[in-house]
Design a protein around this ligand. Structure first.
Ligand SMILES: *Cc1c(COP(=O)(O)O)cnc(C)c1O
Length: 350
C-alpha cells in the first residue's frame, strides 16, 4: 500500500523547538522569552473577559488590535493581519506563495522554521549563505523566488542589516520580501517605513519577545491591503483566540511599560556581553535579546551539558556553522548572574 502521507511529509524531520523544562526553578534562557512579566494591563484585560467573550467566536480580524496597532504604527488598519503567533503568519504566507516549482529563498544560517514550512508546502528552498560580515548576500537578490524571507535582526547571529540594504533587496527581488522582525524591539531601527515605497514588502512582528507574551501566542504582519486580503483568504476564520486578542491590545497600548522592559534587557545585554568577553567567549555585538557565543577551552557541547547539569538551559544547535557556538537568551539580572557563576565554575574545572 502507498503511504498514508505525502512524500514530502514522510521525508521531513519536523521543527525542533527548544527544551521546555518542567521545573519552575530551572534557569530557562534557551528560547528567547522575555524574563519580565507582561504589563499589569494584560492581567486586567484578561480578568475582564466574560462569559459572552468565551461563548462566542472571537472577532475574525482582531479589529480592536488592528485599531491599536494602526495608531501605533501610523498605517491603515486594513494593512494589518493578526496571527496565532508570528509563526502562524509565516505558515500562511508560505501557503500563499510557495509549492512545487515555487521556491522559498532566504540567507543562512537563520530561523530553522523556514525550511520546515517550505517542506510542508512541498516547495523547494533556495538557501544563500551569509558571509562572515552577515551583510545581505548579493545572490539573495537574484533567486527569482516568489517569496524571500529576511530575518532582521537575524537569529541566531544577532546581527542587524541597515534598512537601506533591506530596501535594495526589496527593489531587486521580483517576488515578495517578508522581513521577519521578531527581534526588532531590541534593534536600532526597523523596516516599517519601506511599506511606503514598496508594494512587495511584508513586515512580521511578534508579541512573544518584546511584550512577554510567548505563551499567549500573538503576532501580526503589516503589508499592503492587497497582500493582507490574500493572506486573509488562507487563514483560519478564527485564528486568534479572544484572550490573546485582549492581551495583545493591552500590552501594545502600554508602551511605557514595554519600553522600560526593553531598556532593562538591552542594558543587561551590554553587561553580559562584557562579562562573557572577559571570560574569553567570542561574540558579536547583539541587536536582539540573546547572544551567540563561542566558548573558550571547552567545546560548546561540553558547556551546554555542564549547564544542563546545573539546571541552566541554553540552546545548542547541531547545525552547520553553529556546532562551536551557544545561543543564550538575556535573562533577568539574577538569571545572568547564575549563568556567569556556572560558567566560571565550568571553565575553572577544566
Ligand atoms: C520568535 C520568532 C518568531 C515568531 O514567534 P511567535 O512566538 O510565533 O510569535 C518569528 N521569527 C523568529 C526569527 C523568531 O525568533
Amino acid at each position: 500500500m502507498k503511504s498514508w502521507f505525502r512524500d514530502n511529509i514522510n521525508a521531513m524531520a519536523g521543527y525542533t523547538p527548544g527544551f521546555q523544562p518542567a521545573d519552575p526553578a530551572a534557569i530557562k534562557i534557551n528560547t528567547n522569552e522575555n524574563p519580565y512579566p507582561p504589563s499589569p494591563k494584560v492581567f486586567e484585560a484578561l480578568a475582564q473577559l466574560g462569559s459572552l467573550d468565551l461563548r462566542r467566536y472571537p472577532p475574525i480580524m482582531a479589529d480592536g488590535f488592528r485599531q491599536a496597532a494602526a495608531k501605533l504604527h501610523g498605517v491603515k488598519p486594513d494593512m494589518i493581519l493578526a496571527g496565532n503567533g508570528g509563526d502562524e503568519l509565516l505558515a500562511i504566507i508560505v501557503r500563499c506563495c510557495c509549492g512545487p516549482g515555487r521556491p522559498l529563498a532566504y540567507a543562512t544560517p537563520t530561523y530553522s522554521l523556514y525550511p520546515t514550512l517550505a517542506m510542508i508546502a512541498d516547495a523547494p528552498v533556495i538557501e544563500v549563505p551569509y558571509g562572515d560580515d552577515y551583510a545581505i548576500p548579493p545572490k539573495l537578490k537574484t533567486t527569482g523566488a516568489p517569496l524571500t524571507f529576511l530575518c532582521n535582526p537575524n537569529a541566531p547571529s544577532t546581527t542587524f542589516v541597515p534598512v537601506a540594504s533591506v530596501a535594495e533587496l526589496a527593489q531587486a527581488v521580483g517576488g515578495l520580501l517578508l522581513v521577519d522582525e521578531a527581534y526588532v524591539d531590541f534593534a536600532p531601527d526597523n523596516s516599517l517605513r519601506l511599506l511606503q515605497d514598496f508594494d512587495n514588502v511584508i513586515i512580521l512582528r511578534s508579541m512573544s519577545k518584546g511584550y512577554s507574551l510567548a505563551g499567549m501566542r500573538f503576532g501580526y504582519v503589516l503589508a499592503s491591503e492587497a497582500i493582507i486580503e490574500t493572506m486573509t483568504k488562507v487563514k483560519d476564520s478564527y485564528n486568534v483566540n479572544i484572550a490573546a486578542q485582549a492581551a495583545a491590545v493591552a500590552a501594545l497600548t502600554d508602551q511605557a511599560y514595554f519600553r522600560r522592559n526593553v531598556e532593562n534587557i538591552v542594558s543587561e545585554r551590554a553587561r553580559l556581553t562584557g562579562e562573557l568577553r572577559r571570560l574569553g567567549f567570542a561574540l558579536a555585538d547583539s541587536h536582539t535579546n540573546f547572544l551567540l557565543v563561542r566558548p573558550p577551552k571547552l567545546s560548546a557541547r561540553e558547556i551546554f551539558e555542564g549547564l544542563c547539569r546545573k539546571n541552566i538551559y541554553v540552546r545548542y544547535f547541531n547545525a552547520s556553522g553553529l556546532t562551536d557556538k551557544l545561543r543564550i537568551s538575556i535573562g533577568s539580572p539574577q538569571d545572568n548572574n547564575a549563568l556567569l557563576a556556572a560558567l566560571r565554575t565550568l571553565l575553572a574545572q577544566e
